[in-house]
Design a protein around this ligand. Structure first.
Ligand code: GDP
Ligand code: MG
Length: 686
């Protein structure tokens, strides 16, 4: 090993710091050091050069040649790079390992490769092979730098190097040459210190002949034995004057050569698209490191595999970046949705996040291996949907809830007031509610595909619940209506019942039942009219009408009870008796005289009055057609009453009660009798 010396200029290895006077954009980096270790800072450096996002819009060029043939000097002149140049007074090898630098004002990555002379690194011949492999796998142009006097020295170091390059190239691109994608490389021979005695054309002819001979001497695999040098390489030749003896000419010709690298419109532009190795700029660090690793471990370098590995790595990375940005966005709406909020415009937001993520992925990842790119895109979509679909379903659930609330409110508003059609109110509320749900659900869909983004099931659930609520409302309304009708029955029964019970005529019950039937008939008609708009089922109508009859009957019974309560009824008996005992047929109060038949009159009036007890004790019309009947077992679900025995409701007074009332009345009557007797005695005495 030689003893490498620091070269005076202050340059930080691996891209930290760097020369300030030249600016960050031409900071250089040692990508492979003397220990043959690959740098871990290449990505950072490419980013600093501003090339990381350039896709395929960059070029890579590297240089080969013996030590101290002015390679670094040439690169610095051509590309404005900052590679170390040998100090004339020390004459030591300067470039160790492999360096890289961005060209000044050019999107070019330039590689300066350690000289291959074997003089100083003789014991380490395979570095030459490794660096050749490495350079060929990525470079579009290989500059082969040599002195004029080296031309034709077939046994010289250069020829050994070229043989290595050719062999390595066959290994790398041999099989792939036919698909034409990435196999081609330009070999640019730069002949230094060209004095001019031998024209360039002659030098070129000599070199070309040498190259053919080398090519022919290669031991090629049998399937590639017919392949020509020109199947893989384009050759270009140029010469530069002596740097010291014709310094001005040297500078001007270097400047001319620079144009062929820098200026796309130059007819001799060197970076032809066909040489590009199609590694996206952001994949270069991973790709190069992978290549170097393979080269180091002496494994067969299989470029398609390397490209696929690169694609997997990069597509994963790109996908992860897109996904994390997406997750950040999605997180903002996760909480509100989980808290039950219907998020306005959620669908538009979700579409936007998804499109942004995919656009981002496509922009960077589509440059990589198609198959890998497509597969990883599918994975990304699944990951995005795995976040979006729960949001979508959450939104549907919340929408469902809020629509149901709206429905209830609409129902309440619609059923306020007297004049409404229940069916209309329900229909309107239902349409509004289902419409709002469908609109919201459609908005929330990220894709048209309803297998993933379906909302019909949720709508079906909502419809079911709307049905339940509507049913409940109808039941409540029916109940309210029945109560209202019952109040009306009470109002209309009150007067006729009082009137007829006061008359105590033989057909009293006929009259009462006639009135009852009339009032009930009207009530039933009122129910039927209203029930039509309720969309009630036949069953519901039957049970409602049954309830109505029973309630009406109970209203009647309550009124009868009120009118036949003991004091009221005894009062009726007293009145009836008085009218007959204390007044004569003309309604004039009687003044009893001693010979009047008080006993006879008393008995008659009393007997007539006592006839009322059996009349009132049972609801019994004289006309049997007026008899009313209710099914005894009918239990009113709406009112929640239990068993009901109709027959017992016809009885106003039980027999015991009748006897008791009779006895009480007798006592009252006796008092009248005694009073009448006394009045005759006193009138006689006067
Ligand atoms: P490298 O080892 O091939 O990178 O060579 P350097 O660029 O470090 O240059 C080695 C020496 O050759 C330096 O002293 C340069 O000044 C000198 N030099 C550079 N270019 C030329 C040239 O075109 N002709 C001659 N004669 N010397 C050169
Ligand atoms: Mg050098």
């Amino acid at each position: 090993m030689s003893s490498p010396q620091p070269n005076g200029t202050t340059v930080t290895v691996n891209g930290h710091g760097g020369s300030t006077s030249l600016g960050a954009s031409t900071e250089r980096i040692q990508i492979v050091d003397e220990e043959k270790k690959f740098t871990s800072n290449l990505k950072e450096q490419i980013e600093k050069w501003g090339l990381l996002d350039s896709g395929f819009g960059y070029n890579i060029v590297s240089v080969f040649g013996s030590q101290s043939t002015g390679k670094s000097t040439l690169l610095n002149r051509l590309f404005g790079t900052t590679f170390d140049v040998m100090d004339e007074t020390k004459r030591q090898q300067t470039t160790k390992g492999i360096w890289m630098c961005r060209g000044k004002d050019m999107s070019v990555m330039v590689m300066d490769v350690e000289g291959t002379d074997g003089r100083e690194r003789g014991e380490d011949q395979d570095f030459e092979r490794k660096s050749a492999l490495f350079s060929l796998a990525s470079s579009e142009i290989l500059i082969v730098n040599l002195w004029e006097h080296q031309v034709g020295l077939y046994q010289g170091a250069n020829m050994g190097l070229l043989k290595t390059v050719f062999e390595v190239n066959l290994g790398l691109f041999g099989k792939k040459a036919s698909d034409g994608t990435s196999g081609r490389t330009l070999l640019l021979f730069v002949i230094r210190d060209h004095i001019g005695q031998t024209p360039l054309a002659n030098l070129q002819a000599t070199l070309t002949a040498d190259l053919s001979r080398i090519w022919d001497s290669l031991s090629k695999p049998s399937e590639l034995k017919d392949r020509q040098l020109s199947d893989y390489f384009d050759l270009a030749f140029t010469a530069l004057p002596h740097k010291i003896l014709s310094a001005d000419k040297f500078e001007s010709e270097v400047a001319e050569l620079r144009k062929r690298f820098a200026d796309k419109s130059n007819p001799d532009y060197l970076f032809k698209p066909v040489y590009h190795k199609r590694i996206p700029a952001d994949g270069v660090p991973f790709y190069m490191e992978g290549i170097w690793e393979q080269v180091q471990t002496n494994k067969d370098l299989d470029l398609p595999t390397q490209q696929e590995l690169l694609a997997q790595f990069r597509c994963d990375e790109i996908s992860a970046v897109a996904l994390s940005e997406f997750n950040e966005q999605a997180k903002s709406q996760k909480r509100p949705v989980e808290a039950g909020k219907v998020v306005e415009g959620l669908g538009a937001m979700m579409k936007d996040w998804k499109t942004t993520a995919l656009t981002r992925y496509d922009r960077d990842a589509s440059r990589y291996h198609k198959g890998v790119y497509t597969r990883k895109r599918g994975d990304l979509i699944s990951a995005l949907d795995a976040t979006l679909i729960p949001l979508f379903l959450g939104q549907l659930k919340n929408l469902h809830k809020s629509c149901l609330v709206t429905f209830k409110k609409e129902m309440l508003d619609g059923l306020r007031g007297e004049e409404y059609s229940f069916a209309d109110v329900v229909g309107k509320a239902r349409r509004k509610c289902e419409g709002t749900f469908a609109d919201g659900a459609k908005e929330a869909m990220v894709e048209e595909d309803t297998t993933k983004w379906g909302w019909e099931d949720e709508l079906a659930l909502l419809k079911e619940e709307i049905g339940v609520v509507a049913d409940q409302c109808r039941k409540d309304e029916t109940k309210k209506m029945l109560n209202q009708i019952e109040r009306n029955i009470k109002k209309h029964l009150s007067e006729p019942v009082e009137l007829h019970l006061n008359k105590a005529s033989k057909d009293m019950w006929d009259e009462i039942l006639r009135s009852f039937r009339e009032v009930l008939g009207k009530a039933e008609a009122a129910y039927s009219t209203k029930a039509k708009s309720f969309d009630c089922t036949e069953e519901e109508n039957i049970s409602s009408l049954a309830a109505l009859s029973k309630r009406a009957w109970l209203v009647l019974r309550a009124k009868i009870d009120e009118q036949t309560a003991e004091p009221v009824f005894l009062g009726k008996l007293r009145n009836h008796f008085e009218e007959r005992f204390r007044y004569d047929e003309q309604g004039v109060p009687r003044v009893w005289k001693p010979d009047d038949d008080i006993d006879g009159a008393f008995k008659k009036a009393k007997d007539q009055t006592l006839e009322l007890v059996p009349l009132y004790s049972k609801i019994a019309p004289t006309d049997p057609s007026l008899e009313f009947e209710l099914p005894s077992e009918s239990s009113d679900v709406l009112a929640g009453t239990d068993e009901f025995d109709f027959a017992s409701t016809l009885v106003v007074f039980s027999e015991t009660k009748s006897l008791e009332l009779t006895n009480k009345f007798r006592k009252d009557a006796d008092a009248y009798y005694v009073e009448a007797k006394r009045s005759t005695v006193s009138s006689v005495a006067q």
